[in-house]
Design a protein around this ligand. Structure first.
Ligand code: NAD
Ligand code: TYD
Length: 358
């Protein structure tokens, strides 16, 4: 019997974006830890969604996959009516800053309008009865903009987004909060720092660089490489979500971060050095691949989270050090070369076609 079992018997929990990087870790945690909850993973399977991420739990009796687009109002409203979800953990999003720079509208459609479609569908089926209901919105520290040399983002830091991605996430956060204030919708928002770990699509810094090191390709460092991010192992984020979901207070925001700041270039040097050892290469070989390239426009200088609130109120803290998490991550990518090959050549879509068009 788990800690929360008696409280939430019969829950029908919708997790959106569950085939993506963070979502797949959250779905796995909930399906395995709470066999008495029905978990519905709703995902349209964009380039970033991959059902291979959930192979180990796909046949569990408390798990259902729903292929649907949060941008499609009718589809979403029908699914809410059909399944009567009691709680929602919303992760589905366009998530990559560089893509938001080349196609900002796609981010408004999914991150803003898609979120509103879910909010509206929840309001409609819950129809004013908010007892034991929850809309848990997963957001990012990027909504706070950029820090200078010092200071940390707290839950009361003013929003100041600089990229189309962070502007779209900030907008969706505002709508969630507004629905809470205006219609009484119960909600929680958490804003997390940069995640890393198994199953991350190789467009983000760490998996991209692991893949390039394996293939002896250039490592494109934006600008002077002196940008700082606060890195958190994805399973620690999933644990924080589990805690906030069960123990967080209504209409609260929780900042989640690893207390783990790294300048990009230092992180890349560490990654190169671990990879040299793992691949049996000469120390310094991978670092030779480092190539400084044109900077990202509007590149935020520094992110760093003050995670004291979730630590004090909910008792959360990261379980692994960065070195441990990075080792686990590199080992996973080296062991799962086929996963990496499939997502980089598009074969995972063929997998989906075979699996679901029968
Ligand atoms: P991801 O890009 O790996 O996965 C996103 C998932 O959403 C994919 O499975 C995709 O198919 C699905 N999706 C996209 N558009 C959809 C749509 N219109 N309808 C249904 N499904 C759709 O993203 P991630 O890195 O796992 O991020 C998940 C969430 O966490 C996002 O909301 C993101 O803003 C937030 N977040 C991410 C990080 C990070 O470092 N990756 C940090 C903080 C917060
Ligand atoms: P990224 O993983 O895209 O996350 P975010 O932009 O959401 O923080 O990038 C992390 C940092 O690495 C960021 O400062 C940009 C930088 N970066 C590079 O220098 N080169 C790259 O090829 C990528 C993808 C990122």
């Amino acid at each position: 019997m788990t800690e929360f079992q008696d409280k939430l018997e019969g829950e029908k929990i919708l997790i959106t974006g569950g085939a993506g990087f963070i979502g797949s870790h959250v779905v796995r945690l909930f399906v395995n830890k709470y066999p008495h909850y029905q978990i519905y993973n709703l995902d349209v399977l964009t380039y970033a969604g991959n059902l291979e991420n959930l192979k180990d739990i796909e046949s569990k009796s408390n798990y259902t996959f729903l292929k649907a687009n949060i941008n499609n109002v009718d589809e979403i409203s029908q699914l809410f009516k059909k399944y009567g979800f009691t709680k929602i953990i919303h992760l589905a999003a366009e998530s990559h800053v560089d893509r938001s720079i080349s196609d900002p509208l796609a981010f408004v459609k999914t991150n803003v309008i898609g979120t509103m479609n879910l909010l509206n569908a929840a309001l409609q089926i819950w129809n004013g009865d908010f007892q034991d209901k929850l809309f848990y919105h997963i957001s990012t520290d990027e909504v706070y903009g950029t820090l200078g040399e010092t200071g940390l983002f707290t839950e009361t830091t003013a929003y100041d987004p600089n990229s189309p991605y962070s502007a779209s996430k900030a907008s969706s956060d505002h709508f969630v909060r507004a629905y809470g204030e205006t219609y009484g919708l119960p909600y929680i928002i958490s804003n997390c720092s940069n995640n890393y770990g198994p199953n991350q699509f190789p467009e983000k810094l760490i998996p991209l660089f692991i893949n390039n090191i394996v293939n002896k390709q250039a490592l494109p460092v934006y600008g002077d490489g002196k940008y700082t991010r606060d890195w958190l192992f994805v399973e620690d984020h999933a644990e924080a979500i589990d805690l906030a979901f069960h123990k967080g207070d209504d209409k609260e925001t929780y900042n989640i971060g690893g207390f783990n700041e790294w300048q990009n270039i230092n992180l890349i040097q560490l990654l190169c050095s671990i990879m040299d050892k793992k691949l049996g290469r000469k120390e310094g070989d991978s670092a030779k691949l480092i190539t400084y390239v044109k900077d990202r426009p509007g590149h935020d200088k520094r992110y760093a989270i003050d995670a004291r609130k979730i630590n004090k109120e909910l008792g959360w803290k990261p379980s692994v050090t960065f070195e441990q998490g990075l080792e686990k991550t590199i080992d996973w990518y080296l062991k799962n070369e086929e996963w990496l090959r499939n997502v980089t050549c598009g074969a995972y879509r063929d997998y989906y076609q075979k699996q679901y068009s029968r």
